[in-house]
Design a protein around this ligand. Structure first.
Ligand code: BEZ
Length: 217
């Protein structure tokens, strides 16, 4: 199933390292980040799962629950967590990993990479990332190749932007981080500016068009 931004994210049941879950019930009123891995005991994945474990408090501050998926069993996931904790020098590992040994969820969510074949001759999952909001809508979708590890700090940055722009009529510029100036959305009319923003600075551009309006929120 190809999912577009804004689509209802499908519910699913899965066996995970914290037991069986119904995804919607597990997410509750939080947001979620679901990210997939080609296989257990693979080097790049080990660094990624460790990075997310370290960032769990940052996701929690944003009311986001992480959940990983790998095409292996809960039993091997649990053995792998010992390595992940050792690699990251972590005391705990506080989010679930989904068992998708049969690739049913990977197929449902369109996560398989046809060019990445595992030892058993079956396609593995790519490095997919989905961010799902409290209404179970898909808000972010990324597909990375198996050979490139992801930057989860960047994903936190995008979540900050999405949660801000849900509340205010702003958009965030290149490399923006929380607290920095952002842009007034193009749809905001001049006459609305005073009531919506404390200050607005128009950036002068050669075109003379006043479309690059900076503000603080
Ligand atoms: C890794 O996690 O290191 C990896 C997995 C599959 C292919 C290439 C790298």
């Amino acid at each position: 199933m190809a999912l577009n931004l804004g689509d209802q994210f499908p519910n699913f049941n899965a066996d995970t390292t914290i037991g069986k879950i119904d995804f919607y019930q597990w997410v509750g009123s939080s947001w979620a980040i679901i990210f997939s891995h080609p296989a257990d005991f693979t080097p790049v994945c080990t660094t990624e799962l460790s990075a997310v474990a370290r960032l769990v408090p940052e996701f929690a501050k944003r009311n986001v629950k992480p959940i990983a998926l790998s095409c292996d069993s809960v039993e091997t996931h649990k053995q792998w967590i010992t390595d992940i904790k050792a690699y990251g020098k972590l005391d705990s590992f506080d989010y679930p990993i989904i068992d998708d040994e049969k690739r049913e969820l990977a197929v449902k969510l369109n996560m398989l990479d046809k060019d990445e074949i595992g030892a058993a001759g079956l396609p593995l999952t790519c490095r997919a990332v989905f961010v799902v909001d409290h209404n179970k809508k898909l808000r972010l979708s990324l597909l990375y190749p198996a050979t490139t590890g992801r930057n989860f700090v960047e994903i936190l940055r995008v979540i900050d932007s999405m949660q801000l722009t849900d509340k205010k009529k702003v958009a965030t510029p290149a490399d923006w981080i929380q607290g920095q100036e952002c842009m007034v959305q193009p749809s905001v009319k001049e006459e609305e500016l005073v009531s919506l923003f404390p200050t607005v600075t128009n950036v002068e551009l050669p075109s003379g068009k006043q479309y690059l309006r900076k503000t603080t929120v």
